[in-house]
Design a protein around this ligand. Structure first.
Ligand code: SF4
Length: 371
C-alpha cells in the first residue's frame, strides 16, 4: 500500500459522505436525513435485498409494511400468508426465517431488536452481512458492511489483481481500515449507493465519482476490468415434469411443498424429476412408467415445454395434464394436509413461486386449457 493511500482513509470517507449527502437514493426503508432508522424496516429490507435487486424489492417492502407495520404484527401472521406476500421474490426460505425471527424478537426481546452483533447472528436468516448492516444502519454502530458492491469498489480502488473469491480477506481488512469514526449508518449506505449508482459493474462512471482523484484505476479504461473475473461456469441443466390435474368443477390440484429445500412452503403443481438427466427423463423405462402412472392416472404430456432459471441450474419443464371425475378417492390417497383442489378464481391467493406462475401463464396463453 502506498503512503498516499495510508493518508487517505479520511479523504475516502469524507468524500464519500459529502457525495452521499446530495446524491443518496431515496428508498422507502431509509430514514430521512437526521432521523433514526426504524430497525424493523432496515431488517426487512436487508432480508428482501439478499439475492434480489432494489427495484424489485420496493413494491414488496411497501406491501409488507402496509400489511404488517411492525415486527410484532409480523410475528402474529400466518406463515402461509407471509409466503403469499413473498411470492415472486424467490429464495422462499427467507420468508420462513423472517417469520421465525419476528416471533423470537417479539417473544424474547419484547419487540426490540438486540443491539449486539452476536445476538443478531443467532437469529434465523441473519448472517455476517445482515447483522453488520443492521448494526450500522439501524443502530449507527461502527460496522464493516461488505457486500458485492463494496467488494467491487475496493477491488477497483486498490486495483486488486486477484478475483474477489481470492481477495475477500484483503478487501475485508482494508475496508475495516477505511471506516470513519462517526456517521456509521450513512457511510455503509454511501458505499452501497456508490456501488449501485457510480462504480457499477460494467462501465464505472468515474467522471461522477467522489473517489476519482484517489482511486488506482479511476478514469482509466482498465477500471471496468476489475474485479478480475473467473471463467464463467455453464449452468447445470435439469428436467422436471409438472402435473396439471383438474376435477369436474375445473379446480386444479396444488401441493404445499413441505420440504425444507427450494420452494419450501410454497404452493406448487405436483412434479417429478428435477434431478433427472435429459436422457433419463426422455428414455428411462422406469422413469417413463413413473411419469405415466403418477397418482394412478392417465396423463397427456404436452409437446411444448419451457425453461426456468434458478441460481445454480436451469430447469427444463414439461407439463402433463389430466382430468378426474371423482377426486375423493385420489385425495384420500394423498396427504390431505399437502394436497388440495383450488378453484381457478382462488389461484392468485396462493403462495405461488415464479416458476409455477410461468407454467400456469404458458398453459393459459397457449389456450391449451380453458382458464
Ligand atoms: S473512480 Fe471509477 S473505478 Fe474508482 S471507485 Fe470511482 S467509479 Fe469506481
Amino acid at each position: 500500500m502506498t503512503q498516499l493511500k495510508k493518508n487517505n482513509y479520511n479523504t475516502f470517507s469524507n468524500s464519500l459522505l459529502s457525495w452521499y449527502d446530495f446524491n443518496r437514493r431515496i428508498l422507502p426503508w431509509r430514514a430521512p436525513p437526521g432521523e433514526i432508522s426504524n430497525p424493523y424496516f432496515v431488517y426487512l429490507s436487508e432480508i428482501m435485498l439478499q439475492q434480489t435487486v432494489v427495484k424489485t424489492v420496493i413494491p414488496y417492502f411497501l406491501k409488507f409494511v402496509r400489511k404488517w407495520p411492525d415486527i410484532n404484527a409480523l410475528a402474529k401472521a400466518e406463515l402461509h400468508e407471509i409466503n403469499s406476500y413473498w411470492a415472486g421474490l424467490g429464495y422462499y426460505r427467507r420468508a420462513k426465517n423472517l417469520h421465525e425471527t419476528a416471533k423470537i424478537i417479539s417473544n424474547k426481546y419484547d419487540g426490540f431488536f438486540p443491539i449486539d452483533k452476536n445476538s443478531l447472528m443467532a437469529l434465523p436468516g441473519i448472517g455476517e452481512y445482515t447483522s453488520s448492516a443492521i448494526m450500522a444502519i439501524a443502530f449507527n454502530r461502527k460496522s464493516n458492511v461488505i457486500d458485492g458492491n463494496v467488494e467491487r469498489v475496493f477491488s477497483r480502488f486498490y486495483a486488486v489483481e486477484k478475483p474477489i473469491k481470492e481477495s475477500k480477506i484483503f478487501i475485508k481488512n482494508i475496508a475495516e481500515k477505511h471506516l470513519p469514526d462517526n456517521r456509521h449508518g450513512d457511510y455503509a449506505q454511501a458505499l452501497m449507493d456508490l456501488g449501485s449508482l457510480i462504480c457499477i459493474p460494467k462501465s464505472p462512471r468515474c467522471k461522477m465519482c467522489p473517489l476519482l482523484a484517489i482511486c488506482d484505476v479511476g478514469g482509466t479504461t482498465s477500471a471496468k476490468q476489475y474485479p478480475i473475473k473467473l471463467p464463467k461456469k455453464e449452468k447445470e441443466e435439469r428436467y422436471g415434469l409438472f402435473f396439471y390435474l383438474q376435477n369436474k368443477d375445473g379446480a386444479v390440484l396444488f401441493e404445499t411443498n413441505k420440504s425444507s429445500g427450494l420452494l419450501a412452503n410454497m404452493d406448487v403443481l405436483p412434479s417429478i424429476g428435477w434431478y433427472e438427466e435429459s436422457n433419463r427423463f426422455k428414455k428411462s423405462p422406469k422413469f417413463n412408467k413413473k411419469k405415466l402412472n403418477f397418482l394412478g392416472m392417465k396423463w397427456k404430456i404436452l409437446d411444448q415445454n419451457l425453461n426456468h432459471i434458478f441460481t445454480h441450474f436451469k430447469l427444463n419443464c414439461s407439463v402433463a395434464i389430466a382430468t378426474i371425475s371423482d377426486e375423493n378417492a385420489l385425495v384420500n390417497d394423498l396427504s390431505k394436509s399437502s394436497y388440495r383442489f383450488v378453484q381457478k378464481t382462488n389461484i392468485n391467493n396462493l403462495a405461488l413461486p415464479s416458476l409455477i406462475k410461468k407454467i400456469l401463464n404458458a398453459l393459459k396463453n397457449n389456450e391449451i386449457l380453458d382458464f
